[in-house]
Design a protein around this ligand. Sequence first.
Ligand code: ZN
Length: 130
Amino acid sequence: MNILQIRTSSRVDFVDITSRVQAAVTESQIKDGIVVVYVPHTTCGITINEHADPDVVRDIQYQLANLVPYQKGYHHMEGNADSHIKTSMVGSSETVIIEDGRLVLGTWQGIFLCEFDGPRSRKVYLKIVA
Ligand code: ZN
């Protein structure tokens, strides 16, 4: 298993980790298989979406904030209930196919770590399976 260390820079922050995942796949020398991209955290997730136009990420963040407001009479006393809920909405992992040593992603797709309670230091676990 590989571990990426990601430093996020604001409370909500999507970090494009596509090139770092590709670098780990390249280093593994595995040509055909899958890579599981997983975060062991309860207030940040992983998603795949467009990384060409940064407005797409802004719109995702904007609408998640509309759906799950920061303060809304939640029970969780830590004050970050919205972060936990958004994390469950986007999920904690993605699986990407590897062909000829390359991640199989669409032209516009990128892999994002989705920070919902930053800024923090986060870990991303990569399991590359041949
Ligand atoms: Zn909490």
